[in-house]
Design a protein around this ligand. Structure first.
Ligand code: ZN
Ligand code: ZN
Length: 529
């Protein structure tokens, strides 16, 4: 057995362990060992036989035992067993039903089935009650979920970026279009749908491990992570109608029904006598024409990004060059200050040295402009993490709550208010502090924050990090109604991160923002303070 064959078996083992919800450290150890073996200059089988294999990096006693078994018998018994029992369709269906992979295998073993299809058939025959540990109530739950009653939903929403990647791949393979929550750019997607000319190839897509419903016009498939995806088939004469319907939201569509048949959405709206409505605004029914929403092309600069001076991965000049290549006129470098804790932050001395580096980069990149900015922590007492004379030198000051987010509402609001009163602050970063599906919004009185921000001429951020999108759409709308300006930013920590501007802009659009509402659609000298 040569090194490549051994490495391939270890990789296969790692994949199956992953599928079986094994400890991620174990899985990673097998992958690392496979990489080491693939790159080894000596035959690893010989090292195993002579008992010297642990001299290779990353091979401990556990992996050595597996290698010995593989070299001596030609297989790893547990791997062979996992391959027999752990089909992706079984795992995906189990996860969709809220059952761990290990438990799915136990159930499948008890029923003598191997795949998701066979498990579904067994459930339909009422055989689940024969499985030890499944009572009548659990059986009823599983059968209801399999009958898609209520509508299938992932166990928790998918991050928008993940949903768009998944559905974009499926839609492209079927020659269709992304619909559902992802098309409305919702921050967390539960209704995952595509509309396509035909369902023919849906079940064979690599993303879909099992199909739980299949009719002429609609199929529901499940990914290996247990996420249900609906595919709707529509011929060219009514593609627009089905796309509008599958895009939702439900209440918005219900108010337009009955929908006329039309090949594209523009024609559906025209037949209804209505102006076209961008998907971002289709959360709830409304009267009147939608405003001209801000576009990515309106953005002239990115006002929040990090470099290697704090926790970013690119230099000042690299970020500047990348922003210029995106067609921007300016970028503000906003690295962290020391109070952020987890990463290094800039001291007053650092800020001045960084200023020199920015001046040098500006000589190279002119007329493009790198602005001197900072992401300054708001300390628990509301003071800022840098002295006023340092802040006064800067072109752009983001003020941010990082530590101490669990403060009660009163003190938290006072903390943010005090920071906004500092005359050097330009913009409040990620105002609610939420992390999508992971951390709720801070207890902060946003209405009061908007009031003070308006008095002080401070803008509020629409942070484009995929798990922040903060402010979110509904809050953007409130902020605009309060008379504030918003800033669409990426908070990028790499050159690639600058590409998240679309997420920020789409989120602003969900809050009905026009170009005039967004400060960084202006040239650099008109950003004000
Ligand atoms: Zn931050
Ligand atoms: Zn940041």
């Amino acid at each position: 057995m040569d090194n490549h064959a051994i490495a391939d078996r270890l990789d296969a083992f790692a994949s199956l362990l992953e599928l079986a919800d094994a400890n991620p450290y174990t899985t990673r150890a097998y992958r690392r060992a496979a990489a080491t073996i693939r790159g080894a200059a000596v035959p690893v089988a010989a090292l195993v036989r002579s008992g010297d294999v642990r001299r290779l990096r990353g091979i401990g006693p556990g992996i050595e035992a597996r290698l010995r078994e593989l070299v001596e018998t030609g297989q790893i018994a547990e791997l062979a067993e996992l391959e027999r029992e752990l089909t992706p369709s079984l795992v995906g269906l189990g996860r969709f039903l809220g059952i761990s992979a290990r438990r799915s295998v136990e159930i499948a073993r008890a029923l003598g089935v191997r795949t998701g299809d066979e498990l579904r058939a067994a459930a339909a025959e009422g055989r689940l009650r024969d499985v030890p540990g499944i009572g009548p109530k659990r059986e009823a739950e599983i059968r209801a979920a399999l009958a898609r009653d209520p509508e299938p939903r992932p166990r928790r929403g998918l991050l928008l970026t993940r949903a768009r990647e998944l559905l974009g791949g499926i839609a492209a393979a079927l020659g269709g279009e992304v619909a559902g929550d992802a098309r409305r750019w919702r921050e967390s997607c539960e209704d995952l749908a595509v509309v396509c000319p035909s369902l023919e190839r849906f079940a064979e897509l690599p993303q879909i491990v099992t199909v739980i419903e299949h009719s002429a016009r609609r199929a529901v498939g499940v990914t290996v992570d247990g996420v249900p995806v609906t595919a709707v088939a529509a011929g060219p004469e009514r593609f627009g109608t089905e796309l509008l319907r599958a895009t939702g939201a439900r209440a918005y569509v219900a108010a337009l029904e009955p929908l006329p048949d039309a090949p594209d959405e523009g024609a559906v709206y025209a037949a209804l006598g209505l102006p076209f409505c961008p998907p971002e605004l289709r959360e709830a029914p409304f009267r009147g024409a939608p405003p001209p929403l801000v576009e990515v092309a309106d953005i002239r600069g990115d006002l929040h990004c990090h470099t290697t001076w704090s926790d970013g991965r690119a230099s000042v000049e690299e970020m500047g060059r990348a922003a210029r290549d995106l067609g921007y006129e300016y970028v503000a470098i906003c690295d962290h200050t020391p109070a952020v804790g987890a990463v290094q932050g800039l001291t007053p001395d650092d800020v001045r040295r960084q200023g020199e580096e920015i001046a040098a980069a500006n000589e190279v990149l002119a007329p493009f402009r790198i602005l001197r900015g900072i992401e300054c922590d708001i300390l628990p007492d509301g003071r800022l993490d840098l002295p006023d004379d340092v802040l006064a030198e800067l072109d752009w000051v983001q003020a941010s709550v990082h530590g101490g987010q669990r403060m009660p509402r009163g003190p938290m609001t006072a903390r943010v208010e005090a920071a906004l009163r500092n005359p050097h602050v330009s913009c409040l970063s990620h105002p609610t502090g939420r992390l999508i599906n992971r951390r709720p919004e801070n207890a902060v009185d946003l209405e009061r924050v908007y009031e003070v921000a308006l008095e002080e001429g401070v803008a509020v951020e629409v942070n484009g990090l995929p798990d922040r999108l903060d402010l979110g759409g509904a809050h953007v709308r409130e902020a605009l109604r309060a008379g504030l300006r918003i800033v669409c930013s990426t908070d990028s920590h790499s050159v690639r991160g600058l590409g998240n501007m679309e997420l920020s802009v789409r989120t602003a659009r969900r809050g009905w923002a026009t170009a005039a509402d967004v400060l960084n659609t202006r040239p650099p000298d008109a950003l004000g303070r």
